[in-house]
Design a protein around this ligand. Structure first.
Ligand code: HEC
Length: 109
């Protein structure tokens, strides 16, 4: 909540377009099952078990804490829309929920 208050001026200035609070609920509901509640992995999908550091045996990383700083906003949105590897696309391109999740990832991660 406090974070949201601090972010209000940023949102008003148009620096962020999504709502991080909405994004947080969506993340818990839609992403945490694969990425862990705090985004640090915990992936167990399709026989590719997470090895603890968030990097699977196949060499892919579902550890968002590690990956996010390396990814541009455009890249994250592309993954949210179209998926990557074992991750299916999560939102259609006209769904503002993707922007909310992006805002959450950029503020709380
Ligand atoms: C079915 C499991 C699953 C769900 C649900 C899922 N992901 Fe993923 N995600 C993955 C896997 C597996 C990878 C690693 C893919 C790879 O690198 O091949 C990944 C990778 C990513 C990446 C990094 C992409 C990159 O270029 O390295 C981001 C960002 C991401 N997920 C965000 C999300 C968000 C946000 C949600 C919820 C809206 C979500 N994911 C839902 C499985 C999932």
């Amino acid at each position: 909540m406090r974070t949201a208050l601090l972010l209000a001026p940023l949102l008003a200035a148009g620096c962020l377009t999504g709502d991080p609070d909405n994004g947080k609920s969506t993340f818990q509901y839609q992403c945490a099952g694969c990425h862990g509640a705090d985004g640090s992995g915990g992936l167990q999908i399709g026989g590719v078990a997470d090895t603890g550091g968030g990097v699977s045996e196949a060499g892919v990383s579902a550890n968002l804490k590690e990956r996010l700083p390396e990814l541009t906003d455009d890249r994250v949105l592309d993954v949210l829309w179209h998926g990557k590897g074992a991750m299916p696309g999560q939102f259609s391109e006209d769904d503002s929920a993707a922007l909310d999740v992006l805002a959450y990832l950029r503020t709380d991660f």
